[in-house]
Design a protein around this ligand. Structure first.
Ligand code: B12
Length: 463
């Protein structure tokens, strides 16, 4: 937590390296104060425009104030005598949610139009969390290098591939890092590579874990050049062609389409707000470059995260027998992470359960109100930000206010940083959440067990 300008300065002065203030600067109501402090501390890359489009603070719905502060802050960055790069992590924005990677590249062009074309700043991009397949990861890098003349900030680790214990996660680290090292050698873009500690899928890391990952990357960078000759780069180039062509079409369609709907696309605030309010699903459905089919748009380059989750859900559903009684579950998330909800929704629908969608980063009272309005038989919460216990407590309280007590299923990362610790590391709160009367679920099988416990699904359903 940075409490004042002196905290920003403490970071930039900690080591003779260029400090990068990546997250929670732009895109939030406090953007102007944050940017002033970051610039005064001497940083040269400040983010995170991607977060503007998706992040919501609890109990804060004034998207106009958020937009205003972000646009003013962008203007402040652009007005500096020495060049300061605006940073945008595409995966924090819509790249983690589009089903077509061409749309993610299109967002690069739209963000450039806003920051460089309309505000006069310079914008550098970061990508990587959701790009698991080496071919499309590499192709995205090649495509990005073609459409961008500014230095990139970093290629973020492919964190969604961390699904194992530490030893298994080292394989995922090697897999994406080798690709990234070869990519930045082939298409020098200024991006730093980012070795993510192998405890990523459990919690925030400690210092030793960060050093281990850096040591691993350093050694891999010595091996990597010898792999270059064994890759067929023409396949990467061909996919990059598709991404650039599709991305350009998407960006043009978005700008033309919004203009047709009365949005002033030369006004950064109006444009940003329209894009944020529309969200990735509608933008993609209306303006995506893929062919329109009965099942929606067919992506030019399918997003890996969705393919993986679709396969996981289908494999699980194929082992179950559908429920034959009417049942509605109200599903919502406590924060920006929505892939858990995506998977749980598919699994429930596959079981024949009706899902009422309370949304993303939804406040506890709104979640409960939605459950009541839609006549839900149970509530399912997906939570990742280390607020599981507090949030579950608040949902219980909101239900008590209405004299109801629906069963609560809860999954994701059930941890919290205790108030009486100075380590900053979160601890598991599964037991505490269970003591509140909630049903913690580590996976879909446990979800089925939980549904059985509340007698929503008879024992015979699972085959
Ligand atoms: C993808 C991701 C993101 C994406 C999210 C994209 C999106 N729009 O959804 C982005 C890049 C935006 C992101 C942002 C952040 N993230 Co993040 N993110 C992840 C990551 C890599 C994967 C989480 C995920 O979606 N998994 C996919 C799901 C399907 O898999 P799963 O978790 O195994 O799910 C299973 C079960 O949990 C269960 N399940 C899940 N939910 C539910 C619900 C119910 C009801 C049931 C029955 C079951 C169930 O179902 C699955 C099947 O088995 C994790 C690390 C990791 N590898 O797990 C970090 C992680 C969750 N993120 C983290 C953090 C800190 C953040 C940020 C705060 C970082 C930052 N500085 O900005 C921000 C969030 C800010 C905000 N406003 O909320 C931390 C949380 C720390 C903690 N609690 O200890 C993690 C653990 C990374 C880390 N080690 O630091 N993140």
């Amino acid at each position: 937590m940075l409490n004042g300008p002196e905290d920003f300065a403490r970071i930039t002065n900690a080591a003779p390296a260029a400090a990068h203030f990546g997250d929670f600067m732009l895109g939030l109501p406090g953007a102007v104060e944050n940017i002033c402090a970051a610039i005064a501390a001497g940083t040269t890359a400040i983010g995170n425009l991607g977060q503007y489009f998706t992040f919501r603070l609890p109990y804060w719905d004034d998207d106009i104030a958020t937009t205003r502060s972000t646009v003013v802050a962008l203007g402040l960055i652009a007005a500096q005598k020495s060049q300061v790069l605006v940073h945008s992590n595409l995966d924090d924005g819509f790249a983690g949610l589009f089903l077509d990677m061409a749309c993610a590249l299109g967002m690069v062009l739209i963000e450039k139009h806003i920051v460089e074309g309309l505000i006069g700043g310079t914008l550098g991009h970061c990508y990587g969390h959701h790009f698991s397949d080496p071919l499309s990861r590499s192709a995205f890098h090649a495509a990005l290098a073609r459409v961008s003349s500014t230095p990139g900030t970093m290629i973020f680790g492919n964190t969604v591939s961390y699904q194992s214990a530490s030893a298994g996660n080292y394989a995922s680290l090697a897999s994406y890092l080798l690709t990234d090292i070869l990519d930045v050698r082939r298409w020098p873009s200024g991006h730093a590579i980012n070795p993510v500690p192998v405890t990523e899928n459990q919690r925030i890391p400690d210092v030793d874990e960060i050093i281990d990952a850096q040591t691993f990357a350093h050694r891999l960078a010595e091996h990597a050049p010898f792999y270059d000759p064994i890759f067929d780069w023409s396949k990467v180039e061909a996919m990059a062609d598709t991404l650039v062509e599709g991305g350009n079409r998407f960006a043009k369609a978005v700008l033309d389409g919004l203009a047709d709907r009365g949005v002033d696309t030369n006004d950064p605030a109006a444009l940003m707000l329209a894009i944020r309010r529309m969200g990735p699903k509608r933008l993609e459905a209306l303006f995506g470059p893929g062919r329109d089919t009965q099942q929606g748009r067919s992506p030019l380059v399918p997003a890996e995260w969705a393919r993986e989750l679709d396969e996981k859900a289908a494999a699980w559903i194929s082992k179950q027998t559908p429920v034959d009684r009417k049942l509605t579950v109200c599903v919502g998330t406590t924060d920006v992470h929505e892939h858990g909800k995506y998977l749980v929704t598919q699994a429930l629908v596959g079981l024949g359960v009706a899902v009422s969608d309370a949304g993303i980063a939804v406040d506890p009272e709104v979640l409960v109100a939605h459950a009541v309005e839609t006549g839900a038989d149970a509530i399912a919460i997906s939570t990742y930000n280390g607020v599981a216990f507090r949030y579950a407590q608040a949902v219980k309280a909101a239900m008590a206010d209405r004299n109801i007590d629906l069963p609560i299923l809860i999954g994701g990362r059930l941890n919290e940083v205790p108030t009486d610790t100075n380590s900053g590391l979160p601890v598991d709160v599964t037991e505490d959440v269970a003591k509140l009367g909630c049903l913690p679920c580590g996976n879909l099988d446990e979800m089925l067990d939980a549904l059985r416990k509340i007698n929503a699904i008879p024992e015979a359903v699972a085959s």
